[in-house]
Write a protein that binds this ligand. Sequence first.
Ligand SMILES: Nc1nc2c(ncn2[C@@H]2O[C@H](COP(=O)(O)OP(=O)(O)OP(=O)(O)O)[C@@H](O)[C@H]2O)c(=O)[nH]1
Ligand SMILES: [Mg+2]
Length: 490
Amino acid sequence: MHRENYIESLRSELLDLVEEHLTPVALRYGYTEVPLESNIKWRPLVLVLGNYSSGKSTLINDFLGAKIQATGQAPTDDSFTVITYGESDDEEDDTIRVVEERDGKFLLNDPEYPFESLKRYGQRFIAHFRLKKINSPFLENLAIIDTPGMLDSITERDRGYDYQEIIGNFAQMADLVLVLFDPHKAGTVRETHTSLRDTLPAKTFEDRVLFVLNRIDECVSLIDLLQVYGTLCWNLSQMTGRKDIPPIRLTYSPHVLPNPAAAPVADQPYLHYLDNQRLEVKEAVLQAPRFRLDNLATFVETHSERLSHLLEALVSYSQRARRFFWRHLFITLAGGLMLGGGAAVGAVAAGLIAPDPQLMGAVGGGSALVFFMIWLTSGMRWLRGRFYREQMRHLDRLTPLRNQTRRDSWQAIRDLVYMTLKRTEGRIACKEVKAEYHAVHRVYEEGSKDIRDALNELATLEAGETPSWARSPAYEAARDFPYEELGRQD
Ligand SMILES: Nc1nc2c(ncn2[C@@H]2O[C@H](COP(=O)(O)OP(=O)(O)OP(=O)(O)O)[C@@H](O)[C@H]2O)c(=O)[nH]1
Ligand SMILES: [Mg+2]
């Protein structure tokens, strides 16, 4: 089998697995509002985040090979723009340009795109969301999202939508997240702080985030650059809480004339000693399709683990409830019999009945039955209520939380367990939930292992050879595109 076919068949297998086994359960218990696979079935996605004016749009324009996104020194673009490939109508003219532009309403409603779940962020967000289709070879295997710059002086209320939540959603879908800084505000912007401290760690994996210190040509000397770099490292370690400093790529756009206030590039000899790591960043972006399979595997693992934890908790509740019921039924039975016996003996002792075994049996049996009925109707209901409240109070005891992974998955579904028990008042159809649990757990145990095996196999297939996606004409055209000939963009 060709490797590309293999990748494709693996990809569709993963999507089938999610669609068949995970989505129905996820929708039933309110784990998600839209089918799980709708977020991952689209193209590989690269999210570009960063401080305002850090050069996000300029970087994207450099990649695309044309000035597609507006750029400027002041906060310029306050929209989320999905940039994807579109064929040009005119076969003669291969100038790179916008071939189609659509608004947020279209993007959120067309099922081809994975953004349906963002509808809930309301009109203000819709007005700041758009699609551009570009005929650039760079986009043949991936799509990019350009985002509004992060700011200091603005609150969610000013923006009119929840910026952090929205970038969290995009980050969850993305195969690669670029976070750009520039020497003027090396990590000091408040929104960046929140994103790196709260939003990104909760929504994506560390290895999907690439930090870039851009516009380094604007440092006046090597010492200045080192100071900026040090400040950024310090800020990053404060924000991410990590002791080690993640690698930071140092880049600048060769197409932007230097700021007149700064020394011209030619006078900054330190730049000649540094590789402009823009090419590295570009290679990483072009590799997003490869990350996608890995990310899909992680997606299946994470969600099947969480869903099976959710079902495990419900099964555990219903088993406890059943044990509780039988135990009390047994106690009631024994109590009833003792009470019946006592009533019969008491009646004889009080001289109410003759010591005839049949009569005693009738009195004893009758009182036992009355006691039993009262207990079953009101006593049991009261006990069930007490059991339910007790379990709800100590929800964390429903399943063992022996390690951090279990605690993390529990955190993700604890509220759902609570809501489900509340909605059903603890009446869980044990047999059904157990069947669901086994199906989802099989995906978690066996499905995930099969996927990892397949990915390992894929890795050996690739050993020593250029991946075929990297050999595709689209990739080569994008890599070899004479961007330097484009000249200045501003
Ligand atoms: N000297 C220099 N200037 C740059 C570089 N990259 C971008 N610029 C300039 O910096 C300014 C901001 O660039 P943009 O690409 O608009 O930045 P952005 O991050 O998209 O900004 P917002 O969309 O407003 O958040 C523009 O005037 C660019 O010409 C660079 O590497 N070196
Ligand atoms: Mg921009």
